[in-house]
Design a protein around this ligand. Structure first.
Ligand code: ZN
Length: 651
């Protein structure tokens, strides 16, 4: 087979995008690592093909070698095979078309390849916020932009990459060494402020002192029985004495008077389409899935099954030109009845001004039969938001009834669905107002009683609420938030307990020591983010990159000096059944009294903190997904007897 030499090379950020582009341009012919279409070769990265080579930093971790400020960053190829393909294709082409995703990382991913391959020829940029349908690809290929227009975007991306690396390597090494050097204590621009939010919430929860108070409730009877609560512009919180005295005051009164019935008709518009973060939150709240798991499933639905659009997006809208796409999808989903609404929904669904690179996540087709149950669940969440967006408003009534007893006012509230609209996708119609009086009448007072209540602490963070807070504070990007949460769990800075995320001793120690440092403040990360953005928006170019890096160097140096005088101590909250303190030593945990050891990884599986603590408490732990020496998966019951033993396997 002869090698047909292409004259133009298209580089996409990932294989699926390369295929979309190739299909739009003509009759694609698949090759090893690329696709030929006429004079084009279409190839792809797989996310970043390079990472910063840590060997620019001294191999040995020591305090004297800090700060680490390499005079030049070097890169290490992480996917050598694909890079070799691209490098060969680059040889002799007359034009490169950068089809990285329209955003900071997309720009960097392709520029890294061209830089590391030493390509100096002509290049153009495809830049669109829309999904790459064949018509969009063909239109955009007729108006490709000069790459230089995006130089500042590249320098902004480079500044982000280099500054995160500098901050991470310097502070991680410093804190790790100060803490004894056995276990990595990672510090990062996004992960540390995120951890701080969790720690602060935990402290709030733990120092919370509940207060008792009393409310007064009444039960009334007309055709039906209903309840009301003592009310004065809000529920009345009372002491026990006050509540008892009101109950006594109303004791002799046998009737109540309904003095007002207020019925309000309300309409709720359909919710916005899903972004990655909103999808992760909903699937965490409803199914308890982690942000990482939801992202992985969404990626599979997008790449392998092709039944949803690009998932790593923070948009909750479609572009103005996506109306045709929406009609096609509704048809495929068997909802032709909703097609006329596409032109009616307006900017709630179609608004290009709300997009930066990708549009919201939408289904593209019906789900195939072979979807696993959990994949089906995530697909359904996306499907429901999309279909709902074109349905009618949910119309309901809220009913407020005031019943007077003596001169005390009691409020009863109800709600009744009138037209379900989009809400029919979420629940059955309800009428929780059917027992309330509909007009001003006399009713029978059945009883009045005081009820004890307690003030409640704020809830612990779940992945859903943490993601929401991260999004609000611009901590991380849609595609990195899940991995930030996983890193904090991996480092044992926090742990999962059912759906809650709870900081560990180690996590609290880190936040405590970094408390006054700006490294732990979400505001600093947000500020940093705005400055990076400004390199691009003000077209500051290489000079903007240099100025930013100088400031970051000064910042890192200042933080190192502040932290050098602090001591980090690891006090473990784990206890052994013998009473000894359990310490983490890098590869596992060890009791400092009886020397019992639990390795962090057993038969290929990383134990959770909860499993480790159960083992040290002397309990048996069932673990799934272990891998035998021959590579077979198995489950086993583990227990601790000096070291971890498999139950029923002998010793
Ligand atoms: Zn022990």
């Amino acid at each position: 087979m002869s090698y047909q030499r292409p004259t133009k090379l298209i580089i996409a950020e990932k294989p699926s995008v390369a295929r979309d582009i190739a299909r739009a341009l003509g009759k694609p012919v698949s090759k090893e690592g690329y696709i030929m279409v006429d004079q084009y070769a279409v190839t792809w990265a797989v996310g970043h093909l390079f990472e910063i080579d840590d060997s620019v930093a001294p191999r040995r971790w020591s305090l004297d070698s800090l700060p680490i400020f390499p005079s030049q960053f070097r890169y290490r190829v992480t996917k050598p095979k694909q890079f070799a393909v691209i490098k060969k294709l680059l040889d002799g082409v007359e034009l490169v078309i950068n089809c990285g995703d329209a955003g900071r990382e997309g720009e960097l991913i392709v520029r890294e390849i061209l830089r590391e391959a030493g390509y100096r020829g002509k290049s153009l940029r495809l830049w669109t916020s829309e999904a790459l349908t064949p018509s969009v690809v063909r239109r955009e290929f007729s108006r490709l932009k000069p790459s230089q227009e995006f130089d500042s975007l590249y320098y902004s991306a480079l500044a982000r990459q280099h500054s995160d690396w500098l901050l991470g390597i310097n502070l991680t090494r410093l804190v790790t060494l100060k803490a004894g050097g056995q276990e990595v204590w990672s510090v990062g621009r996004v992960q540390t402020p995120t951890l701080r939010m969790v720690v602060e919430r935990d402290k709030e929860v733990e120092s919370f002192v509940p207060e008792k108070y009393y409310v007064v409730r009444a039960t009334f009877k007309w055709r039906h029985t209903y309840e009301g609560m003592l009310w004065e512009d809000g529920p009345v919180k009372l002491t026990k004495e006050e509540a008892d005295s009101i109950v006594k005051e109303l004791d002799g009164i046998r009737e109540g008077r309904v003095t007002s019935v207020d019925v309000k008709r309300e309409e709720a518009r359909p919710p916005l389409l899903h972004s990655l973060t909103s999808l992760q939150r909903e699937s965490n709240s409803i199914y308890g899935l982690s942000a990482k798991r939801t992202l992985d499933i969404a990626q599979t639905l997008y790449e392998s099954y092709k039944v949803i659009s690009y998932p790593r997006t923070d948009a909750r809208h479609l572009g103005d030109s996506n109306r045709g796409l929406a009609r096609d999808v509704l048809k495929k989903l068997g909802r032709e009845d909703l097609i006329p609404n596409v032109d009616k929904v307006g900017r709630r669904v179609f608004d290009s001004s709300k997009l930066t690179d990708h549009h919201a996540i939408i289904p593209l087709d019906l789900p195939p039969r072979e979807l696993k149950e959990v994949e089906r669940k995530v697909y359904d969440l996306i499907h429901r938001k999309f279909v709902g967006a074109f349905m009618d408003n949910h119309v309901y009534e809220t009913i407020k009834v005031i019943t007077m007893v003596g001169n005390r006012k009691f409020l009863s509230e109800g709600r009744r669905d009138i037209e379900m609209g989009w809400m029919s996708l979420y629940k059955e119609p309800e009428d929780i107002a059917s027992t309330l009086p509909t007009e001003r009448i006399e009713v029978e007072k059945v009883k009045v009683e005081a009820e004890e209540r307690e003030t409640e602490p704020p809830p612990r963070y779940t992945e859903s609420t943490l993601l929401k807070e991260m999004e609000k504070l611009s901590l991380g990007t849609p595609s990195t938030r899940a991995s930030i949460i996983e890193t904090l769990l991996d480092r044992h800075y926090m742990r999962r307990e059912r759906r809650s995320l709870i900081s560990t001793q180690k996590g609290r120690e880190l936040v405590d020591k970094l408390y006054e440092s700006r490294v732990s403040s979400p505001e600093m990360t947000g500020e940093w983010e705005r400055e990076l953005e400004a390199i691009y928006t003000s077209r500051a170019g290489e000079e903007g990159y240099r100025r930013f890096m100088e400031r970051i160097r000064a910042f890192v140096e200042e933080e190192l000096n502040k932290l050098k005088s602090k001591e980090f101590k690891v006090s473990s909250s784990l206890r052994c059944k013998c009473g000894g303190e359990v310490k983490f030593f890098g590869k596992g945990w060890k009791c400092s009294s009886c020397n019992a050891v639990v390795w962090a990884t057993i038969a290929g599986k990383r134990l959770t903190e909860r499993q480790v603590s159960m083992l040290f408490e002397g309990k048996e732990v069932k673990v799934n997904g272990l891998t035998s020496r021959k590579g077979n998966k198995f489950s086993a019951t583990l227990y601790l007897d000096g070291t971890v033993k498999f139950k029923g396997f002998g010793s």
